[in-house]
Design a protein around this ligand. Structure first.
Ligand code: G3I
Length: 303
């Protein structure tokens, strides 16, 4: 096939992009989106600061725009994200009472997941809960500090009840290198969840890489997680300067692991990227394909 999504579909995978609702009216942007991609992730529109800016008052407008675009163009949707310490309204961050925070968290998960029920392929239920300090433990956050270690398990159980049809993922960055304490911490959590029957279906590896691309053991990391009985996905891929070889290595790592079910790049054109100064994506500012595009398509098996 001659597009990323169609080629990925030949092996039962998807190839997606992070999408901003405010850009859907840009014809160049939506032209590339609808030609190349068969999955979308709302870049900001399903985050807590947008969906529940004040307690109990929900706003699904921007997220709905993306979901309706996706459904009219045959694209699946990755929901991003239900519980995250960042882009969290200050009213949540200031709760100190555990019973209050537990009910606020569960109400948020239930209301958002229920609103989108049946339209979400996979939810990033909890995002970036592990620390970068080499401890392999959870990071400090209002959820961790007030609810304790059990908040992640509780979030997954609540999400499963709200939308039993969606795959439930844990999503994080810097967990691509097998020899890192953070990777090992997440691995132990997933192993524990699987052994105790806590509902988890997938792990998202954000894959925000420097110009060197993925660590040499990335495929090992993906297959070790998959061996626990979860799908693995590359959820926010971008690579500084987008070297073709680095994209090749990244896409190959996924293609070589049968439970690696899809890849999402974190934006369409370099000008759409949160790292736009690094030109990390597959399309240039004018919407033209870069060398990295050809590398990704070839690594998927296409021409
Ligand atoms: O919407 C407001 C706008 O009203 C305001 O005028 C403007 C002024 O700064 O800010 C706008 O909000 C920005 C928002 O993106 C929407 O454009 C925020 O400032 C900006 O911080 C926010 O950045 C997002 C970032 O997450 C926040 O942490 C990026 O777009 C988004 O790409 C990025 O995505 C994250 C993933 O969710 C999780 N993994 C890491 C990844 C990269 O940081």
């Amino acid at each position: 096939a001659s597009t990323l999504g169609a080629q990925a579909a030949q092996s039962g995978r998807y190839f997606g992009a992070a999408v901003a609702a405010g850009r859907l009216g840009d014809g160049t942007y939506s032209g590339i989106l609808d030609r190349e991609f068969n999955s979308v992730t709302p870049e900001n529109e399903m985050k807590w600061e947008t969906t529940e800016r004040s307690r109990g008052s929900f706003n699904f407008g921007p997220g709905d725009q993306i979901v309706s675009h996706a459904s009219s163009h045959g694209q699946r949707v990755r929901g991003h994200t239900l519980v995250w310490h960042s882009q969290l309204p200050s009213w949540v961050g200031s709760i100190r009472d555990a019973n209050t925070l537990r009910s606020v968290m569960n109400n948020h998960i239930t209301t958002v997941a229920n609103h989108y029920k049946g339209r979400i392929y996979a939810w990033d239920v909890v995002n970036e809960a592990f620390a970068d300090n080499g401890s392999g433990q959870h990071r400090s956050s209002v959820f961790q500090d007030v609810l304790g270690n059990g908040f992640i398990e509780e979030a997954f159980r609540t999400a499963r009840s709200a939308d039993p049809g969606a795959k439930l993922c844990y999503n994080d960055y810097s967990i691509e290198d097998w020899n890192s304490a953070k990777t090992q911490g997440v691995y132990r959590m997933v192993r524990d969840f699987k052994s105790r029957g806590v509902p988890i279906d997938c792990v998202g590896f954000q894959s925000h890489f420097g110009a060197g691309g993925p660590p040499g053991n990335f495929q090992t990391t993906l297959s070790n997680f998959a061996a626990l009985g979860v799908d693995v996905q590359l959820t926010e891929l971008d690579i500084a300067q987008a070297p073709a070889g680095a994209y090749t290595n990244t896409v190959r790592a996924c293609m070589n692991v049968s439970r690696c079910t899809g890849i999402t790049v974190w934006g369409i054109r370099d000008s759409d990227s949160w790292r736009s100064g690094e030109n990390p994506l597959l399309f240039d500012r004018n919407g033209n394909k870069k060398a990295a595009y050809g590398a990704a398509l070839t690594a998927l098996g296409g021409t």
